[in-house]
Write a protein that binds this ligand. Structure first.
Ligand code: SF4
Length: 266
């Protein structure tokens, strides 16, 4: 019964704020809320049962220190990013089965990505990085298209039927390092080899979360895919968001002189 109420409450919150899944609100509500509730309980235990004050105080201080990492920004965040991401990841994975059970898993994962993005944006907006790599999944390419974009994104014929066209144009015009990967594992190894200062990754929320937790040492900006036709088929994403992230987080490079090949494949 209580679970039903919690589910209704979360659904109601989402209904009030349709963009909740693309904001960190849901993740932060639990990430900060649970430790702070435990701190309150520990302090209450000190008042109710003074002999246990020592242990209760240690627990309260440890929890406050733990939740304090969620307020790190700028240089302290960069310095401890690996540990911070791991801790956030533990919370994410610990509560994931609960959100799966109440049918809000996708929102939970998207909210985690939004929380990661907010921290990365705050940190690098003022000090843009030099070496950025953009990772796109192969499923954004229109099914049936023969362009070999996995080998080289500039192989796109520029027909405009999928978002690869805009991405290829931008990669060409602004000298962005961009890869289209058929598998998330390939994308990670591409990213590792490249040794980037930042990764801008587009993928489904599940793969994004795996990437963020597998490569916690590299700051990543995560853009979840839209799945209008279901998983892995003609997926899409907000290209403006990718463009904005690159402009805000990565240093501008000299424009390339080569222009993409324009051939209609309709
Ligand atoms: S824009 Fe056209 S040519 Fe390029 S990948 Fe998409 S469908 Fe293929």
């Amino acid at each position: 019964m209580k679970l039903l109420k919690v589910t209704k409450c979360l659904n109601w919150l989402s209904a009030q704020n349709p963009t909740m899944s693309s904001t960190p609100t849901l993740f932060l509500f639990f990430r900060r809320g649970i430790p702070l509730i435990c701190v309150t309980l520990s302090l209450t235990a000190i008042l109710i049962h003074p002999p246990s004050a020592g242990w209760a105080l240690i627990v309260a201080v440890a929890l406050l220190a733990e939740v304090g990492t969620t307020f790190y920004a700028g240089a302290p965040y960069v310095a401890k990013r690996r540990a911070i991401t791991r801790w956030d990841g533990y919370w994410l994975m610990f509560l994931r089965p609960f959100f799966r059970f109440i049918n809000l898993e996708d929102r939970w994962l998207r909210s985690f990505c939004a929380w990661n993005n907010r921290r990365v944006s705050k940190t690098f907006k003022t000090k843009r990085v030099g070496k950025a790599i953009v990772l796109l999944p192969h499923c954004v390419q229109l099914v049936g298209c023969q362009a070999l974009v996995v080998e080289n994104i500039s192989s796109c014929f520029g027909c405009g039927q999928c978002v690869v066209d805009a991405a290829a144009q931008a990669a060409m015009n602004y000298n962005w390092d961009m890869r289209v990967s058929p598998r998330s594992r390939t994308a990670y190894s591409e990213a590792r080899k490249f040794r980037p200062d930042i990764i801008i990754a587009v993928a489904c929320p599940d793969r994004l979360v795996k990437g963020l937790l597998k490569l916690p040492e590299v700051p990543s900006y995560a853009i979840p895919l839209d799945l209008p036709h279901g998983m892995c088929v003609n997926t899409a994403f907000d290209f403006q968001r990718l463009s904005q992230a690159m402009n805000e987080l990565a240093e501008t490079r000299a424009a390339a002189k080569i222009q993409p090949l324009k051939i209609s494949c309709r």
